[in-house]
Write a protein that binds this ligand. Structure first.
Ligand SMILES: *Cc1c(COP(=O)(O)O)cnc(C)c1O
Length: 428
């Protein structure tokens, strides 16, 4: 263990130049999104008010690989290829025979995996002359003010959601001026703006096929990096909010698994306060709270479900990527839910050994990796565990302060709250 490499790097020249589309390799295609009025599958024309055509094509493509535009590769090279770390100090602290690897996406300018998709989305939208306005979930807007400042530095206008800008936002603020917001509400507001103005498009951070496609650069790099040290994962764990960092890491490994070249267990980790895969139903629902998007077949807690304001704001989504949901239904991935205090306890162990302070979202992946490593300690198995540390937590100190002061609580989710939201899901 002493001479194991801690940091596994790729040269710029080794960076993958295509994104991977898992759909053609799956045993069955995912169910299509449906028009909310007709319940017929949506076509490219239905999506044209929302997205530039290049992204619509990527959303529905049957090609296994999509070339990354040269302009996007140039921007990726600011921080990519990202490092793969072997967590040797964490392994030693846990006393586990397992080998733990984490792919670190906190090296991007924003400090997370999001720029892997925001750069190509900005590229395709910019060709159609767009500027950027952001609806940031109110709970995050308040607890992470520096996130907003960073977006403003890069030229965006930022609204706290619910906002006074849209009718839906105003109606929610009238009910509760301190409304915490949710990702579903922020999506409703941004979609309303795009639908109302032919010169405006909608960009999103997760959930849809093209976003997961862009994130596959994570897994493609990790495959090359693990090959350099001659390791193959036995267990792959990732945190799932809308499913993009998970899909980005997992799908290239799923390709290898389906081809019979490796056989990792692939596991989603979600917060106990927003457990769409483990407690939601697999059925058609809206992607947003107001019910404006196409209906998507996914694991959902109900589009009206407003999760408690846990610190992992990026995991506060009522649904799940339809593609990750489909893969879960096919039995190609499993899922667990972990409460936030176990996650932060794991994050502290991680930060005190590996040095990096994780964002609240990937603390779920770390906690799951630690569970697995401790199980290996019991069984004596030398498993290879791979996870994504999808962002650093430098702007999440308020959450860490709460944990350190002992004020953080695990939020109990009642089945009644889920049942009430599920009652509003359309019956097809
Ligand atoms: C947005 C975000 C998430 C959740 O989104 P996914 O699509 O599930 O990856 C997780 N972690 C970080 C750091 C995020 O910014």
């Amino acid at each position: 263990m002493g001479d194991a490499p801690h940091k596994i790097l790729l040269d710029e020249s080794e960076m993958p130049t295509a994104w991977y589309n898992v759909i053609p390799d799956l045993p069955a295609p995912p169910p299509p999104p449906l028009h909310p009025g007709t319940h017929e599958p949506v076509g490219p024309d239905d999506l044209a008010p929302l997205f530039p055509m290049a992204l619509i094509e990527q959303e529905v493509t049957g090609e296994r690989y999509v070339d990354i535009p040269g302009e996007v590769l140039d921007v990726y090279r600011i921080w990519r290829p990202s490092p793969l770390f072997r967590a040797t100090r964490l392994e030693r602290e846990l006393g586990t025979p397992a080998r733990i690897y984490y792919k670190y996406e906190g090296v991007s300018p924003a400090g997370s995996h999001k720029p892997n998709t925001s750069v190509p989305q900005a590229f395709y939208n910019h060709r159609e002359g767009m500027e950027c306005e952001v609806w940031q979930v109110a709970a995050s807007y308040r607890s992470k003010p520096y996130r907003r400042t960073m977006m403003e530095i890069w030229g965006a206008t930022v609204h706290s959601s619910p906002s006074e800008v849209t009718e839906f936002g105003r109606s929610l603020l009238a009910e509760d001026p301190n409304h915490p917001g949710s990702l579903g509400i922020a999506i409703s507001e941004a979609v309303a703006m795009a639908v109302a103005d032919p010169a405006t498009r909608y960009a999103l951070g997760s959930v849809l096929n093209h976003v997961l496609l862009h994130q596959t650069i994570i897994g493609e790099e990790a495959l090359l990096q693990l090959a350099k040290v001659g390791d193959v994962p036995d267990v792959l764990v990732g945190c799932t909010g809308g499913g993009s960092n998970f899909g980005g890491l997992a799908f290239p490994f799923l390709r290898e698994k389906l081809a019979g070249k490796m056989n990792p267990t692939i596991r989603c980790v979600e917060p106990a306060a927003c457990p769409s895969l483990t407690k939601g139903e697999y059925r058609y629902d809206f992607g947003d709270t107001a019910g404006m998007t196409p209906l998507m077949k996914m694991h959902t807690l109900g589009h009206g479900f407003i999760p408690d304001a846990i610190h992992a704001g990026g995991l506060r989504y009522h649904g799940m990527s339809p593609l990750v949901s489909h893969i879960y239904e096919l039995g190609l991935a499993e899922a667990i839910a972990i409460p936030q205090r176990e996650c932060f306890a794991g994050a502290l162990t991680f930060a005190r050994t590996e040095g990096i302070v994780p964002a609240p979202e990937p603390t779920h992946a770390i906690a799951a990796a630690i569970r697995e490593a401790l199980a290996c300690k019991e069984s004596g198995e030398e498993k290879v565990i791979l996870t994504a540390l999808c962002g650093h937590g430098h702007l999440d100190m308020a959450a860490y302060e709460q944990y350190l002061s002992g004020e953080m609580v695990d939020l109990d989710l009642s089945d009644d709250a889920i049942a009430a939201a599920m009652a509003e899901v359309p019956v097809l």
